[in-house]
Ligand binder design. Structure first.
Ligand code: ADP
Length: 259
């Protein structure tokens, strides 16, 4: 599903299925900042529906840049991003905002729940912003993360892990094309982190969601179907069905190479 961009193109036909129904497609996506900093070298990536992908790499390797461009939070300098077949570059700012609201889910390290709203209202928020009044869908999403009984509580009445589960329910409630998770377990203890990862895994296996997760944690990557490793803005390694020890070894070798 992933291929490195070769200078001059010339990919052999058949290596990449043309028209493959990727939930997320990056076609030569690169990002260069002023003063000549290349945060991301052109990356080609197809994330099929129902895939759980980890994006890994040392600090400054371009993980956030990849996520921001892929999620339509930042515009790439080169290339095209497609979510559910829609070319983000063709959208106005207003249409891009709408697409992010309706077809993309976000889970951050800090859950960003609105403290003055109830748990159920927090989960309902993306639906309301999309103009959909469907309290039942929000209740189902909350029940799916095991918190159906806490609908009326305020976020502060929940533990950190429970709050992150609410954030996952909120990310999934619109049935987005892709869920982007940026270090979703970064602020959690290891046991709670495993619960949150199990939920993301369940969202992929049980409901066919597509999740792209930035993480630096090999044990988190071990829950995914595939791990991509970035160094200096370039994808340098890819592991299918990654094991924690394997991921750890790659991270160590990248760290040594960068030193
Ligand atoms: P990571 O998420 O892996 O830590 P980033 O994507 O944040 O890496 O950064 C990749 C590179 O791009 C780094 O060298 C960083 O300093 C640079 N960078 C990120 N954002 C900006 C910006 N707004 N302006 C200039 N350089 C940036």
């Amino acid at each position: 599903m992933f291929r490195r961009r070769k200078s001059g193109g010339g990919e052999a036909p058949g290596l990449v299925a043309v028209g493959e129904p990727g939930a997320l497609v990056l076609d030569g996506v690169g990002k260069r900042y002023r003063h000549g900093v290349t945060a991301l070298a052109p990356v080609d990536l197809t994330v099929p529906r129902g895939r759980f992908l980890a994006v890994m790499g040392p600090s400054g390797s371009g993980k956030s840049t990849l996520l921001q461009c892929a999620a339509g939070l930042d515009r790439p300098s080169t290339g095209a991003v497609r979510i559910g077949g829609v070319d983000l570059g063709s959208l106005s700012e207003a249409a891009l905002t709408r697409l992010r609201r309706e077809r993309v889910g976000f889970v951050f390290q800090a859950h960003n729940l609105v403290p003055s709203l109830s748990v159920l209202e927090n989960v309902s928020l993306p639906l309301l912003l999309a103009g959909v009044d469907d309290a039942e869908a929000a209740r189902r999403a909350l029940a799916a993360v095991g918190l159906g009984g806490r609908a009326a509580d305020r976020p502060t009445e929940l533990s950190g892990g429970q709050q992150q589960r609410v954030a996952i329910a909120r990310a999934l409630v619109t049935s987005p094309e892709v869920v982007f998770a940026d270090e979703p377990t970064g602020a959690l203890d290891p046991v709670t982190a495993q619960d949150v990862l199990a939920l993301l895994r369940q969202a992929v296996d049980g409901d066919g969601h597509t999740v792209v997760m930035v993480t630096h944690d090999p044990s988190a990557a071990a829950w995914t179907d595939e791990a991509l490793f970035l160094t200096g803005g370039t994808v340098v390694e890819r592991l299918l069905a990654p094991g924690a020890a394997q991921v750890h070894a790659v991270m160590r070798s990248l760290g040594r190479a960068a030193a």
